[in-house]
Design a protein around this ligand. Structure first.
Ligand code: 6R9
Length: 655
């Protein structure tokens, strides 16, 4: 379904309606071009002005961009501010009683929190952190369910200058342990449990397991939010502390710790093409500026909006468009604990109706699964409050786009297909909904000030219609600053020598059409995109090989109707190649194994056994052949360099 061909032949164009354009923050194509020109003519002036207008500074900056030590760029480098102050305090004079968060739990209970109340909660939690000795620059790992508390924990860290690293609640204890060790976290914030789709997620137990597995000596305390459903598990006196005990009696004000613009706000681990996850480090000021600009540009933010981004705070989308962006502009946002298909596939639509959501932002994989499970369900709800729709995470298939546009958006809401990454911090290529005509499947044009291009191996721009590597040619405020503990890897991974270390290499391939619209084709590295989540093939392979039965493994992606890509693993066992019931049993065990090594989202959908893997004479696994085999395609490629051609047939027959 997610075929590149269908994208290539897409010709439908949807210009913004007059009604939308006339009220838009950036109104009309000319306004967009004017902004782009301003940025091109005076790059620093453009960003500097935005940073002065959109951020509240404790100490104003005098220098916009410092490029003396590429690719370690600094933005607004002598300024001081506090991100939590920008998300809370500065709204209080006018918006104290405005709703900041409408939280809906898995079973439908709704909790509403105003800006004044959120401010109190963040301050109390920040004071709690201080009472545990956490100070500026300390790392705090957050392993939480979707909740008001998750946002409070992130904002609380920001308030005192502590660096958070949120780990998605679906990750295993092993993945959690790895991240805690790499970040040398002093504190872990978790919940006793999470609830998703009526099922309990044992978060605290997973933290216990991670910490017991060793190497986590840096962790002094574990703060546990009671999402009380169940009996409490084991408790380590002296280490574990209940959230409610921590904040009890703490002052409701906490002076923000002023930090340098470049001080890290957070680290977020993401998959790269080699085994270890990359600790993407973001700045304070530049990052927040990206989130604010895109709330205004891409989401056309208006004070009366009810904004809903369905992403979990464990991903970058949940950082920029749940924990920071909406609060920084003073929006009212909906936060949802559960899953789109519980109690049925009408849950999202029911919630949009109930809370009168105006701006809805979700992933293509969710849209595809909701089409499949209940394509007619949106019609049963009143979705007339919606005015803007968005997608993120992977290319959206034109047919899913059109369904979203018609069935959810009533043909009236623009769709912003936002291309960006953990590393870019905020949207890079996306329509401005009141300015740029959309085409189903295209993320359209770069935002003002974003110098995106498509180049060949040597760094020369490719002509329209030709595929190439997506790069960003100039530094921008919200970009990744470095990889935690690994500046060398940062340089190598993102600023290759082929481009004189100047261009940011996104790791995606793309092409442009005759109007200059960008169409993302997929990753160029060994990274899979499963349900909009990045997974390194190496990570999964390493997990498989860590199993005592496994000698060798190669993992590839295969197009999947709902998940975008599914995971196919080719495995060589140390013992003889199994068949029948024995093979089925080992497959089940290996899937569980990967689930516990990395997390359920990394479990291979398919595992095939071979006596060997197709390799070149120099011993390199020929992944393109494995990809073809996984798709059931005939092998037309040249296999003459293969050391063991006979293996191909065996793997093809091993379904
Ligand atoms: C925000 C996020 C980044 C990778 C990126 C690309 C894919 C994201 C996309 C898209 C096509 C879009 N991707 N948005 N592909 N169209 N609108 O998803 O960050 O988890 O780091 O993934 O996701 O391949 O390189 P992250």
């Amino acid at each position: 379904m997610s075929s590149i061909d269908s994208v290539l032949t897409e010709t439908r164009v949807f210009p913004p309606s007059d009604a939308f354009r006339l009220q838009a923050n950036v109104s009309g194509l000319e306004a967009y071009h004017t902004l782009c020109e301003q940025a091109n003519n005076d790059y620093e002036g453009f960003w500097g002005q935005l940073a002065r207008e959109q951020l509240s500074w404790h100490k104003p900056f005098t220098q916009v961009l410092d490029e003396r030590n590429p690719p370690f760029y600094r933005w607004f480098g002598d300024g001081e501010l506090n991100v939590s102050y920008n998300c809370l305090d500065r709204h209080l004079p006018l918006l104290a009683n405005k709703l900041a968060i409408i939280f809906e739990s898995d079973n439908g209970t709704v909790t509403r929190v105003t800006y004044a109340e959120l401010y109190r909660r963040v301050c109390q939690f920040a004071n709690g952190l201080k009472s545990l000795g956490i100070t500026k620059g300390d790392r705090v790992v957050i392993y939480m369910p979707m909740s008001i508390e998750a946002v409070v924990a992130m904002q609380g860290c920001a308030r005192i200058g502590a660096i958070h690293s949120v780990v998605f609640g679906g990750f295993s204890s092993k993945s959690l342990q790895e991240r805690i060790i790499d970040a040398k976290a002093r504190l872990v914030v978790t919940a006793n449990e999470g609830v998703r789709g009526g099922k309990l997620v044992p978060l605290k137990a997973t933290v216990d397991e991670a910490l017991a597995a060793g190497g986590c000596d840096s962790v002094e305390r574990v703060v546990v939010y009671k999402r009380a459903v169940h009996e409490d598990g084991p408790w380590q006196i002296g280490r574990d502390i209940w959230w409610h005990d921590l904040v009890k009696g703490k002052p409701e004000h906490c002076e923000p710790t002023w930090v340098n613009a470049e001080d890290p706000l957070f680290i977020l681990y993401t998959s790269g093409s080699t085994g270890k996850p990359k600790g993407v480090q973001h700045s304070s000021a530049g990052y927040l500026l990206g989130a604010i600009n895109t709330m205004r540009w891409t989401f056309d933010y208006k004070p009366a909006d009810i904004f809903w981004c369905t992403a979990d705070v464990g991903w970058i989308t949940g950082h920029s468009y749940v924990a920071y962006g909406p609060l920084a502009v003073g929006a009212t946002q909906l936060i949802f604990e559960g899953v789109p298909t519980y109690p049925d596939a009408g849950r999202f639509w029911q919630m949009i109706e109930q809370h009168k959501v105006t701006t809805f932002y979700t992933a293509p994989t969710a849209i595809r699964s909701l089409i499949k499970l209940g394509g007619d369900l949106p019609a049963q709800y009143d979705l007339s409050s919606l005015r803007l729709l968005g997608t993120v995470g992977e290319p959206i298939n034109p047919e899913a786009w059109v369904w979203y546009h018609e069935k959810v958006g009533g043909g009236r809401c623009p769709i912003v297909d936002t291309w960006w990454q953990t590393e870019t911090g905020s949207h890079m290529i996306t329509p401005l909904p009141g300015a740029v005509a959309t085409k189903p499947g295209s993320c359209t044009l770069p935002l003002p000030g974003i110098q995106a291009d498509i180049v060949d191996e040597a760094g020369f721009p490719v002509e329209n219609g030709k595929g190439g590597f997506l790069v960003i040619k100039r530094p921008f405020p919200s970009q990744v600053r470095t990889l935690w503990n690994d500046p060398e890897r940062f340089k190598k991974a993102y600023f290759p020598e082929e481009y004189n270390g100047k261009y940011y290499l996104a790791g995606d391939s793309a092409h442009r059409d005759e109007q200059g619209y960008f169409w993302i084709m997929g990753r160029i590295d060994d990274v899979l995109n499963v349900s909009g989540h990045r997974l390194g093939t190496m990570e999964i392979e390493s997990a498989l090989v860590a199993n005592p039965l496994v000698a060798e493994a190669a993992v590839v992606g295969k197009p999947h109707e709902i998940k975008g890509e599914s995971i196919v693993a080719f495995v060589v066992l140390k013992g003889p190649r199994p068949s029948g019931d024995e093979a089925r049993q080992i497959i089940a065990n290996l899937r569980e194994w990967v689930g516990s090594e990395i997390g359920a989202l990394a479990k291979p959908d398919e595992i095939r056994f071979g006596d060997n893997l197709p390799k070149t004479r120099s011993g390199k696994i020929m992944r393109r052949l494995l990809r073809a085999i996984a798709k059931g395609e005939e092998i037309t490629q040249d296999v003459s360099t293969l050391e063991n051609p006979a293996i191909l047939q065996q793997l093809q027959e091993s379904v």
